[in-house]
Design a binder for this molecule. Structure first.
Ligand SMILES: [Zn+2]
Length: 69
């Protein structure tokens, strides 16, 4: 099974839009739980990593310039 890859600072798209209508979330904290901040309304939520991985659709924009692979 392939793990989704994401890192601090990434802008990700979740399966469901935020109630404010935005579908872009920025990862602002990584740990056992992940804290994401809505790009639209700046509201932040803390969700368990497993739930985050399940609900994340894709990374829209990677954080900083990524290291070459
Ligand atoms: Zn929002």
């Amino acid at each position: 099974m392939e793990r989704k890859s994401f890192q601090l600072g990434d802008i990700v798209q979740m399966k469901k839009n935020h109630p404010c209508g935005s579908n872009e979330m920025e990862i602002i904290r990584m740990g056992m739980d992940i804290r994401i901040k809505c790009v639209g309304c700046k509201h932040s939520v803390l969700i368990p990593r497993a739930k985050f991985e399940k609900n994340m659709k894709k990374v829209i924009r990677p954080a900083a310039p990524a290291e070459p692979e």
